[in-house]
Design a protein around this ligand. Structure first.
Ligand code: 13P
Length: 317
């Protein structure tokens, strides 16, 4: 996002790092060697680790913090926010203990309602390399989504506005769980039929769950829904699909998590959504089986068998 903004000469961009060491490397090399090797940050992107300097006079804050670290990280900025602070959230998850969406956490801690969310098929490594990408932006405040659309759109980054903030945000979180299921299927050596069925029935349960919490079903046919689901389930470099693939190959969750520093959002989202479904009596068969594989030691093969045998068999949309 810093690169997209830096392409606009009239926009001043500051990039805040949570870690001194990352900041030092970025300062010396202008390159995020771990996550975006080969992509150089222009000099006009100012780098800082200071919350006050990062936010001083800013018209828009953009946050891309994994859900598990969002609350503790954003607390560092609370003293610099006002009710007029506009924030765009890129985080795709649900807080495990509270079932809050990222924009709700931001609103609670920063004390602003000027929240927007961006979601859709948008792997950072492709956006950063200027590959065509389309996403959806949603905000409650009239005009905020349109302003962000005009600020961030480019010939390689197309933004649609969508008035369904709950749907855009929940779709971005829930697709990660189906992404794990798709990876499990890959790890077991299954083919296109299995994965397409997972996507289709996965989208059905994502929609069922989200509309129960106030989302619009149409959102799930769009970029934040179907669009991101396809990217996550078919991507070679997707984190959630990768984790699922390791599970399908027989590795344990602990071993997989110990082998990576990547934030794999679907793990906690699955726990949180599964707990909600149980409380609210919602049927989420794929999410439930992913939960059992992740947290109850069920074998992926048994999970697939149970999904194939479950009733009812009439296609419920
Ligand atoms: P994955 O890394 O699981 O694909 O998630 C990234 C994402 O949300 C792409 O839009």
């Amino acid at each position: 996002m810093a690169l997209l903004l830096a392409a606009r000469p009239s926009v001043q961009v500051r990039l805040w790092s949570a870690f001194e060491e990352n900041h030092r490397i970025l300062r010396e090399t202008r390159e995020n060697q771990r996550f975006l090797p080969g992509v150089m940050l222009p000099d006009r992107v100012e780098l800082t680790t200071q919350e006050a300097a990062a936010t001083d006079g800013a018209d828009l804050w953009i946050t891309a913090i994994p859900t598990i670290h969002l609350r503790s990280t954003i607390r560092r900025f609370a003293a610099f926010a006002t009710p007029q602070t506009a924030v765009l959230s890129l985080t795709k998850g649900i807080e495990a203990e509270t079932f809050l969406r990222p924009s709700e956490i931001l609103s609670e801690i920063l004390g602003t309602d000027r929240l927007a969310v961006l979601s859709g098929p948008s792997h950072a490594e492709e956006v950063a390399r200027g590959m065509p990408t389309s996403v959806a932006v949603s905000a409650q405040e009239a005009g905020l989504a349109e302003w962000i659309q005009s600020l961030l759109s480019s010939e390689r980054f197309r933004i649609y506005t969508n008035s369904d903030r709950i749907g855009v945000e929940l779709a971005g979180a829930l697709k990660n769980v189906i992404g794990i299921a798709a990876g499990i299927s890959d790890g077991l050596g299954y083919g296109d039929n299995a994965k397409s069925a997972l996507l289709t029935r996965g989208l059905t349960e994502m929609t069922r769950f989200s509309t129960h919490y106030g989302a619009q079903s149409e959102t799930f046919h769009g970029l934040a829904g179907m669009g991101d689901l396809i990217t996550t389930c078919f991507s070679r470099h997707g984190r959630n699909r990768w984790l699922g693939e390791q599970l399908g190959r027989g590795l344990s969750l602990d071993a997989i998590l110990a082998s990576t520093r990547l934030a794999v959002e679907g793990v906690n989202t699955c726990r949180s959504v599964h707990d909600r479904c149980r409380n609210d009596g919602l049927e989420m068969p794929i999410t439930s089986e992913v939960y059992r594989v992740l947290f109850e030691g069920k074998t992926p093969r048994q999970a697939v068998t149970d999904l194939m045998h479950r009733l009812p068999r009439a296609e419920q949309i």
